[in-house]
Design a protein around this ligand. Structure first.
Ligand code: CA
Length: 367
C-alpha cells in the first residue's frame, strides 16, 4: 500500500471519529451558538455587564463613571450611549397625559423584534437608523414584550433607547406591564423561548434573576405602570372589568399596588389579600378578556368608560388578525397577532381619529 493511501485512510478515520462523536453526543446540541444580552448587574458599588457571544460568556466590570462601551457581539438593538448607569428608575407618578397631538400604540410583541421595527418605520415613529422620529408624539407599548419569540432582550433595550430619545424630543414612550412581564419577573417560564434557557445555563442564573431588583432592566421594568391615559383614551394591557372598577381603585393606586405588593411578593401573600388577589387574577387588568365575549354589550362598555371618565379604552392581550374596534371606538383591541411573526398592526390616533396602520405603511380609519 502506498503511503499516501495509508495516510488518506488514517485521515478518514481521524476525521470521521470526531464527526461521529459530534453527531452522537447530545452535549453538542445543547450548547448552540447564539447571542444574548447584555444584562447589567449592580453588585454593591460595582456594575457588571454580562453578555453572550458566539464565543461564549463575556463580562465587563464598570468602574464608577466609566461608560459601557459597545462590545463585539452586542445586539444591534443595544445602544450603550443611552444607558445611564446611575438612573434612579423612579416611577412616573403621573398617570394622565393631556394635549398630545399624535399617539401610536402596539401590543403583544412577544420577541418579534423585526416586525416591531418594520411597523414603527412604516409609520414614521422611527427613522431608517431605528431612532425616534415621532417628535412630541407618544408611543404606547401595551405590554407583553416577553416570551414566545427569541428577541426579547434586544426589544427591551430598543424600547429603553426609544424612551430616552423620545424624552429628549418632548415626546414619550409608555411601556406598560402585561401578564408576560409579570410572569417573567416572577420566574414563570411556561412561555419562554428555549434560547433563554441556554442563557440561564451560560449565566448560571434563573430567568427572574436576570431581571432581578439589582439589575438595570429589572429596575426599569419595576418602574412600569399598568394603566395610563392620554387625552381621553385609557390604555391597559388586557382590560378593566366592572368588578375591578367598583373596587374604586384609581390608575395610580393600581400601578402602586402592582409595583409594591405584587411584582416581588410571594403568591400566597398576594392571594391572602382580596384586592391584590383580584388584580392578579384572570379578571385583573393584565389578564381580563371580558370585552371580547359575545354577551358584552355597548351599555357595559359605556359603563366602564363612565367609571374612568374616558371616551376610549385601548387594550391588547386578546389576539385578532387585525386591530378591532367595539361600539364605535369605545373599546379598541390592538393585539394583532404580532406574536406569530408574520403580520401585525399599529394603532394611530390623530385629531381624535383612530387608524389601523399596516406593515406597508397604509392607514385605515377605524370607527
Ligand atoms: Ca397578554
Amino acid at each position: 500500500m502506498k503511503i499516501a493511501s495509508v495516510l488518506a485512510r488514517l485521515g478518514l478515520i481521524v476525521l470521521g471519529f470526531p464527526l461521529l462523536l459530534k453527531a452522537q453526543n447530545p452535549a453538542f446540541d445543547s450548547q448552540p451558538s447564539f447571542k444574548d444580552g447584555p444584562y447589567i448587574f449592580y453588585e454593591g458599588e460595582t456594575v457588571i455587564a454580562r453578555w453572550i457571544t458566539e464565543e461564549g460568556l463575556k463580562e465587563d466590570t464598570l468602574d464608577a463613571g466609566r461608560p459601557l462601551m459597545a462590545g463585539p457581539g452586542f445586539p444591534a438593538a443595544f445602544d450603550p450611549s443611552c444607558i445611564q448607569l446611575g438612573a434612579t428608575f423612579a416611577p412616573d407618578p403621573k398617570t394622565a397625559f393631556r394635549k398630545v397631538e399624535r399617539i401610536a400604540a402596539v401590543s403583544d410583541i412577544h420577541g418579534q423584534y423585526d416586525l416591531m421595527i418594520a411597523l414603527l418605520k412604516a409609520h414614521g415613529i422611527i427613522d431608517k437608523e431605528n431612532n425616534w422620529a415621532f417628535g412630541r408624539g407618544h408611543l404606547v407599548v401595551l405590554g407583553d414584550i416577553f416570551d414566545r419569540g427569541d428577541e426579547v432582550t434586544g426589544l427591551l433595550w430598543f424600547v429603553y433607547k426609544l424612551e430616552q430619545q423620545a424624552e429628549k424630543a418632548g415626546g414619550k414612550v409608555h411601556y406598560l406591564l402585561g401578564n408576560h412581564e409579570v410572569m417573567a419577573l416572577k420566574g414563570d417560564l411556561r412561555y419562554i423561548h428555549k434560547k433563554y434557557r441556554y442563557t440561564m445555563a451560560r449565566m448560571g442564573m434563573s430567568y427572574d434573576q436576570l431581571f432581578g431588583k439589582d439589575t438595570f432592566l429589572g429596575r426599569w421594568l419595576r418602574s412600569r405602570p399598568v394603566a395610563i391615559s392620554i387625552n381621553r383614551t385609557a390604555f391597559v394591557h388586557a382590560g378593566l372589568s366592572r368588578q375591578l372598577l367598583e373596587m374604586g381603585l384609581t390608575f395610580g393606586a393600581m400601578n402602586d399596588l402592582f409595583r409594591e405588593q405584587i411584582l416581588d411578593q410571594p403568591e400566597d401573600s398576594i392571594l391572602a389579600d382580596p384586592y391584590l388577589a383580584y388584580l392578579y387574577s384572570e379578571d385583573g387588568p393584565i389578564w381580563y378578556r371580558g370585552y371580547f365575549e359575545d354577551d358584552f354589550t355597548r351599555g357595559q362598555a359605556q359603563w366602564i368608560l363612565n367609571a374612568i371618565n374616558m371616551k376610549h379604552l385601548v387594550v391588547g392581550h386578546t389576539s385578532f388578525s387585525e386591530i378591532v374596534s367595539l361600539f364605535r371606538n369605545r373599546i379598541i383591541g390592538i393585539d394583532s397577532s404580532i406574536k406569530l411573526g408574520k403580520q401585525g398592526e399599529i394603532l394611530l390616533i390623530e385629531n381624535n381619529k383612530f387608524y389601523r396602520g399596516t406593515l406597508n405603511g397604509k392607514r385605515t380609519r377605524l370607527n
